[in-house]
Design a protein around this ligand. Structure first.
Ligand code: NAP
Length: 450
């Protein structure tokens, strides 16, 4: 008997066999969070913080594309907001429609992505409904999560580290048909097993930021931290930082976590991080005006790190960018590494190069993760060695509101989004593993302070 997409939650609740999911009819259109091409200029001339994702993100039906042979249709139970959702929704630094047009010019399958709407979202957990003719690894009924590295595996440049592929993209940011929707189109090489002990929304929140932090800190492509090192983590209770702190602790190294409120300091202590700096309470002013940095403030931060950890930072986990990079380069130890993946506060970076070359430091650029790294990071979540950092959950219809929370730094950890899942807490298949890992550890960010 054929089923509808909206029947998927009931099929899951009934424990329906795999073939029932293969019998779900792929609808001609589906509900999705989108930004619209003809609204790309709606915030032109406004300061960033006045650009409002609640005005630019719409939840509406979009036509379902044809499935390519190497792709999978996924019934999305839950998704999550990433900072790239914020960038897309405020059309900064560029509207994402340029990415879709470029993908559209690459191939006939790529042309499907060049639309007047952009289905956003780079995380998802759900159930495979249909696979293309070339897919061997997953079948309908599989419960999965997704990573967002979107590569053409027929391109030779993708066959060393696929993040070095010349046409590497981030799914749901530089491609269409992303995860903030009831249905998603993903390449088979983006699919990973869902952690069995987690709910849909807990499983959906890890893919992008957990994999990014893994590559930056653990992978040989990143800084490969080792026991005994000191690691300065900016934004330590945020989407990247919450995983970064866990990796530093797992490695037997010492995180020095930087956050911006007493509540976040408390959260980090509960996570097991002893050395925490409240950057607002300390009153750091690394920039004395728009054009001038104050090295005395870098020194003050360096002294604080030494006071807390008894050592300089072997590794600095960088992503705030312009506001902090001068300080990051300064406080990093001789021979140490500043690993950076972003520039939230501005990408035109300034630092004093003397502290870099004379002290033999390295600035290492990093971007998301290849399939292997994302798989290994996901495996750690599956084994309960890395915990989701979900702090709040929104319905798909409130995607714009959730993005606004992150835009204004009002959140902790990750914000989840329920798509087909009718409520929170569904999808836990292995309660014994969950009990072994510990409910309090899994839900620390969700229940912090309550
Ligand atoms: P997030 O959840 O918003 O966390 C970032 C944290 O950085 C904030 O919570 C804030 O923490 C801190 N921060 C913000 N502005 C700061 C400033 N001026 N100085 C010091 N700290 C500041 O975002 P996220 O998910 O961690 O992402 C962070 C950045 O990385 C974004 O720009 C995102 O686009 C980028 N990113 C890049 C990749 C990649 O693959 N290249 C992957 C993921 C994310 P406190 O206020 O508590 O200090």
């Amino acid at each position: 008997m054929a089923h509808q997409l909206t029947d998927v939650p009931r099929l899951l609740a009934d424990g329906a066999p795999a073939e029932e999911f293969g019998a779900v009819e792929i609808p001609e259109s589906y509900r999705a969070a989108v930004v619209l091409k003809d609204e790309s200029e709606m915030f032109a001339g406004m300061p960033s913080d006045e650009k409002d994702p609640r005005k630019s993100v719409h939840v509406q039906d979009v036509p379902t594309p044809e499935l390519a042979p190497d792709e999978v249709f996924l019934a999305v139970m839950a998704s999550a907001i990433n900072f790239n959702t914020v960038w897309t929704s405020i059309f900064e630094p560029l509207p994402t429609f340029g990415f879709l047009e470029r993908l559209g010019r690459e191939s006939a399958w790529g042309a499907r992505h060049d639309q007047p709407f952009h289905v956003i979202g780079s995380d998802a957990a759900g159930v495979v409904l249909k696979v293309g003719s070339a897919v061997r690894t997953f079948t309908p009924g599989d419960k999965v999560t997704v990573h967002c590295n979107y590569v053409d595996d027929q391109d030779p440049s993708s066959h060393d580290d696929s993040m070095l592929a010349t046409n590497q993209r981030i799914w749901g940011f530089e491609s269409n048909y992303g995860g903030l929707a009831d249905l998603a189109v993903v390449k088979a090489n983006q699919v990973m097993p869902k952690p069995t002990h987690l709910s849909w929304e807990e499983a959906a929140c890890n893919g992008l930021t957990n994999s990014t932090s893994y590559r930056m800190l653990v992978s040989p492509n990143g800084s490969q931290i080792t026991q005994g090192q000191t690691v300065l983590v900016w934004g330590a209770s945020g989407g990247l930082g919450g995983y970064a702190c866990q990796y530093v602790l797992n490695a037997g190294a010492t995180p020095v976590a930087v956050v911006s409120s007493p509540e976040k300091v408390e959260l980090l202590h509960e996570l097991g991080v002893e050395c925490v700096i409240d950057r607002l309470a300390e009153g750091y002013h690394f920039w004395s005006d728009e054009h001038t940095q104050d090295p005395k403030e870098w020194l003050r931060l360096g002294k604080k790190i030494r006071e807390l950890a008894g050592a300089d930072a072997d590794v600095v986990f960088e992503h705030p960018g312009r506001q902090t990079m001068g300080a990051s380069v300064f406080v990093c130890k001789r021979g140490g590494t500043i690993v950076t993946c972003a520039a939230t506060s501005g990408f035109m970076i300034e630092y004093d190069n003397r502290y870099l070359w004379m002290h033999l430091k390295t600035i290492k650029g990093s971007h998301f993760a290849n399939y292997r790294e994302a798989w290994d990071a996901n495996r750690l979540v599956c084994e309960g060695k890395v915990q989701p950092i979900l702090s709040a959950v929104y319905p798909l219809t409130d995607t714009g509101e959730a993005a606004a929370q992150i835009h204004h730094n009002l959140h902790e950890g990750k914000l989840g989004v329920l798509c087909l899942a009718p409520e929170e807490g569904l999808g836990i298949d292995d309660p014994e593993l969950r009990a072994r890992v510990g409910e309090d550890k899994i839900t620390l960010f969700r229940h912090h302070g309550t």
